[in-house]
Design a protein around this ligand. Structure first.
Ligand code: NAP
Length: 259
């Protein structure tokens, strides 16, 4: 299936590993020219090389913390007129809300709500003028089914979700879409790291805990960042202009609801 993306330009944030990398790889496979970002410059460059050799795509790297104005400015300088924006950042740490102060909340809101909003603000009017734009925010299944220990994530991402639900309706008539991709449990460093750390904190065997988690998923496996990337590429495709303001849950069937 030709997604109609050959020659388009994309910014993919937090893309050296995991889900962001999956999105970058899938878009590059469709002929999209990329600007990718993450903080560790060596790992970022290594990922860029892997994407270039797997797809032949043009990949520019911009290292830095996406929650800083400087990094966002550097990214926009490298790609001033993107057709596609994939918003992503590291997730907030788990914990007990009684232990979190204002600074913890501000950090979570900055990373997972205000940073994507700032980037959307920077690119959306150009997309509207050019009558093509695809914005995908990587959020979490926790937006649909909150996870108690991830309160910082539940709160910050719910804020982003509410905001873009309104904005998406104002951009749709210009062939600019905004949708959110909600990962359940995907096999990434973050997912295995958080699961192991929480198991250890609770005196449980980390391997047994990962296995217990896996078996709670109807698909009986963790998601592959590659398949997450393909869902992202589909949301960005030329014929996806009527898909507006959705929260697409990719969780192997873990959410037990009818809709
Ligand atoms: P991951 O494997 O740890 O990868 C995170 C990527 O983001 C890395 O490339 C990392 O590189 C980069 N990054 C982190 N913080 C950044 C920052 N401030 N600025 C720029 N780049 C940054 O994580 P993941 O599993 O792909 O998760 C991606 C997002 O999905 C997170 O927000 C996570 O909470 C959410 N999520 C994941 C799952 C899951 O099962 N995997 C489920 C629900 C939600 P550097 O460290 O070098 O910057």
């Amino acid at each position: 299936m030709d997604l109609g993306l050959n020659g388009k330009k994309a910014i993919v944030c937090a893309a050296s590993k995991g889900l962001g990398r999956g999105c970058a790889m899938a878009l590059a496979g469709e002929g999209v020219k990329l600007v990718i970002n993450s903080r560790d410059p060596d790992k970022l460059e290594q990922t860029a090389d892997e994407i270039r050799s797997a797809t032949g795509a043009t990949v520019i790297t911009v290292a830095g913390d996406i929650a800083t104005e400087k990094t966002r400015a550097d990214i926009l300088a490298a790609c001033p007129a993107p057709d596609i924006l994939v918003n992503n950042a590291g997730g907030p740490p788990p914990g007990n809300f009684r232990d979190w102060g204002r600074d913890d909340w501000i950090r979570a809101i900055d990373n997972n709500m205000l940073t994507p909003i700032e980037l959307i603000k920077a690119v959306i009017d150009g997309m509207i003028e050019r009558r093509f734009g695809r914005i995908v925010n990587i959020t979490s299944s926790a937006v649909r089914a909150p996870i108690d220990v991830l309160g910082l994530s539940n709160g910050a991402r719910a804020g982003l979700t509410g905001f873009v639900a309104g904005l998406a309706r104002t951009a749709a008539r210009h062939n600019v879409t905004i949708n959110n991709l909600l990962p359940g449990a995907f096999a990434t460093e973050r997912m295995t790291g958080v699961t192991r750390a929480m198991a250890e904190a609770n005196g449980l065997d980390p391997d047994a805990e990962l296995e217990r988690r896996r078996l709670l998923i109807p698909a009986e496996r963790f998601g592959d960042p590659r398949e997450f990337g393909h869902a992202c590429a589909f949301l960005c495709s030329a014929d996806a202009g009527y898909l507006v303001g959705h929260n697409l849950l990719l969780d192997g069937g873990a959410y037990p609801g009818t809709m």
